[in-house]
Every structure is written in structure tokens, then in C-alpha cells.
Design a protein around this ligand. Structure first.
Ligand SMILES: NC(=O)c1ccc[n+]([C@@H]2O[C@H](COP(=O)([O-])OP(=O)(O)OC[C@H]3O[C@@H](n4cnc5c(N)ncnc54)[C@H](OP(=O)(O)O)[C@@H]3O)[C@@H](O)[C@H]2O)c1
Length: 313
């Protein structure tokens, strides 16, 4: 099969488009004919070797944590799926991923694809939407009427977080650059903040939850906007506990996990038009290098997706 592989860690130039063996399914696994693979900052971090402290990968490695495709083969113990099912999933980052014609994935990571989305849009969804869901609801217990500040509201995780928070009935403030202000409003943000012209702490007050997708000084300044007992959830760097305690606030780090059951439930939300993935651009699989360069630029609007199989959009 055709795949993108890395033989050593490094910049986008280590991504090679080449032939690779088709994966074999083991017990509890499903072989998916990949139609499209979403691109995540996580894929870039794996490629760069930034996660070798936490994840043991064998090289050569096929990157890619988001997939949408069709079940091609079902292993023993994965009978909840059948050949021909249209599915989407977050792949396990310790194994070969989705930048390939085929991927073997444990059945528990797989959900039934939203019927209303073609594979490209479905592939844009798993990692980002699972992260947004886990942050807002599993960790944040966000409730109707609460005030939430979402940094990077136009990015992969952020654009789902804004929509999910609105669906829950929260008052949503979100940050992005000038170019993305209209987009934030279209996603449903009640208050769009241009971080290039305003300090968010001058306009955001009395916040119950901050979702930090940026880290660094954005995280540091975020403590200032929280109300007493407020919660800062970060995707990028653990909020220091001593600081939170000193301020009478709370901090948590979110770590996304594959969860097929959750994806199937989210698919229903998508099919009822409550949530929609947004695409920045679609590239062929062979242009994964370009996709990583764009992702690492840090200004993706929604998601970049690699088209693996020729499909009608
Ligand atoms: N811990 C976990 O489990 C987990 C899961 C998923 C993602 N992550 C991490 O979370 C981070 C975000 O992921 P993502 O997929 O959402 O990334 P992304 O799609 O690349 O998002 C980038 C977005 O951030 C915005 N942005 C850049 N600088 C900003 C600033 N100073 N203030 C506000 N917004 C800014 C950009 O908007 P403009 O173009 O308008 O600037 C862009 O829309 C990444 O580091 C990723 O690795 C962690």
C-alpha cells in the first residue's frame, strides 16, 4: 500500500511518501480502508520526536491520529463492526497511524461515521472533538449559564469547543486573530476577542472556565480572568498547582484518549446539525509534508485533511 512514513525524527522533510506493508488485524481490531486522514499538531510532535519521553514508537512509523474510512476486514472479537461500515476514529499514537491506504485499529477506538459528513469532514473530527468534549464536560463539568473563555477558538480543538459550549448554553468568549473574528461569531461565540489588538484580560472577567490551547504567557495571564474557584484547563502545559492554590483557583491538564463510543454519540450530535467540523484545506496524501508545514505555522482555521482515496466531496 502507499503510505507516508518517517525513518527518523525531524522536520517535515522526514515525511516520505512510499510503499509500506499493509497492516494485519489482530484480535479485537478492525482494518480500515482509509479515505481521509486528519492532520493534528499531535502528528507533528510525534514526527519531530517531541513525545519520545511519553510514547515509545518503532521506526519506520506511519504518523496520523485521525481517520475516516470503510471497514475492510474484521478481526476476532470485533464483531460489533462489519465489512463495509463507514467509520471514523482516533488512532493510537504509539502505533502506525492513518497516513496510509489502510490502518488497523482497536475496535474500542472506532465510532460510526456521521451520516451527514463525507469522509474528509469526518476525518477532521476525532482528536479535536474528543479533546474539546473531555475538557468542557468530563473535566470542566460546564453548565448552562456559565462563562467560558476559549483561547484559539478558530483552531482544531477551539472551533469544536466554541460550538459545544454554545450547545450546552454557556456564555462563550473566544480569542483569535483579526482575520478570524467573523469566524468566531459564526461558530456562535458571544464575544469574539482579537488577541492581536486587545489584551483578553482587559475584556474577559468573571470567567468560570478557561480553555488554554496556547500555553506560555497566554496561560499565565488567564488566571487573572477567572472568578473565585474558577478552573483553568490546559491542553499544552500543566497549570502549576501551587499558583492555583495561592490564587484560590483550580488548574487541570487535559489528555485526550481514543473513545469510539463517545465518537458515535458525537456523530449523532453532528447529524442533528448541532456541530460541524470546519476545513481549512484538503491536500493529497503525498503532500503530507506541506500539511505539516502549514499546521506548524500555528494559524490553521479549523482542520487540514489529507485525502487518501479518490472520493467525491
Ligand atoms: N493534551 C491533549 O490531549 C491535546 C489534544 C489536542 C491538542 N492538543 C494541543 O493543543 C494545541 C492546540 O491544538 P489545535 O489542534 O487546536 O491547534 P491548531 O488547529 O493548530 O490551532 C491553532 C489556532 O490557534 C490560534 N492562535 C494562535 N496563537 C494564538 C494566541 N496567541 N491566542 C489565541 N489564539 C491563537 C490560531 O488562530 P489565528 O490564526 O487567528 O491566530 C489558530 O486558529 C496544540 O498544541 C496541540 O498539540 C493537546
Amino acid at each position: 500500500m502507499k503510505a507516508i512514513r518517517i525513518h527518523n525524527y525531524g522536520g517535515p522533510e522526514v515525511l516520505r511518501y512510499e510503499d509500506a506493508p499493509r497492516p494485519r488485524v489482530k484480535n479485537g481490531e478492525v482494518l480500515i480502508r482509509v479515505h481521509a486522514a486528519g492532520v493534528n499538531p499531535l502528528d507533528c510532535k510525534v514526527r519531530a520526536g517531541d513525545l519520545t519521553k511519553f510514547i515509545q514508537n518503532k521506526l519506520p512509523l506511519i504518523p496520523g491520529s485521525d481517520v475516516s474510512g470503510v471497514v475492510a476486514e474484521v478481526g476476532a472479537g470485533a464483531s460489533q463492526f462489519k465489512k463495509g461500515d463507514e467509520v471514523f476514529a482516533m488512532a493510537d499514537p504509539t502505533r502506525d497511524g492513518a497516513y496510509a491506504d489502510y490502518i488497523a485499529i482497536h475496535a474500542t477506538a472506532i465510532g460510526l461515521k456521521p451520516k451527514s459528513l463525507h469522509h474528509v469532514r469526518a476525518a477532521a473530527t476525532p482528536v479535536s472533538v474528543l479533546t474539546a468534549w473531555r475538557s468542557l464536560f468530563d473535566l470542566g463539568h460546564l453548565e448552562s449559564g456559565q462563562r467560558i473563555l476559549i483561547h484559539g477558538g478558530s483552531g482544531g480543538v477551539g472551533h469544536f469547543a466554541v460550538q459545544l459550549a454554545k450547545w450546552k448554553g454557556a456564555y462563550v468568549l473566544a480569542t483569535a486573530s483579526t482575520e478570524n473574528q467573523e469566524l468566531l461569531r459564526k461558530l456562535g461565540a458571544d464575544h469574539a476577542i482579537d488577541y492581536t489588538t486587545h489584551k483578553f484580560e482587559d475584556v474577559a472577567h468573571n470567567i468560570d472556565i478557561v480553555l488554554d490551547t496556547i500555553g506560555g504567557e497566554t496561560q499565565e495571564r488567564s488566571w487573572l480572568v477567572l472568578k473565585k474557584d474558577g478552573l483553568l484547563i490546559s491542553l499544552v502545559q500543566p497549570p502549576p498547582k501551587e499558583k492555583a492554590d495561592r490564587l484560590g483557583l483550580h488548574g487541570m491538564m487535559c489528555r485526550v484518549q481514543p473513545d469510539g463510543g463517545q465518537l458515535s454519540r458525537i456523530a449523532k450530535l453532528i447529524d442533528s446539525a448541532k456541530l460541524r467540523p470546519m476545513i481549512d484545506r484538503i491536500l493529497p496524501l503525498s503532500e503530507a509534508r506541506r500539511a505539516h508545514e502549514l499546521s506548524e505555522n500555528g494559524h490553521v482555521h479549523g482542520k487540514i485533511v489529507l485525502r487518501v482515496k479518490d472520493i467525491e466531496l
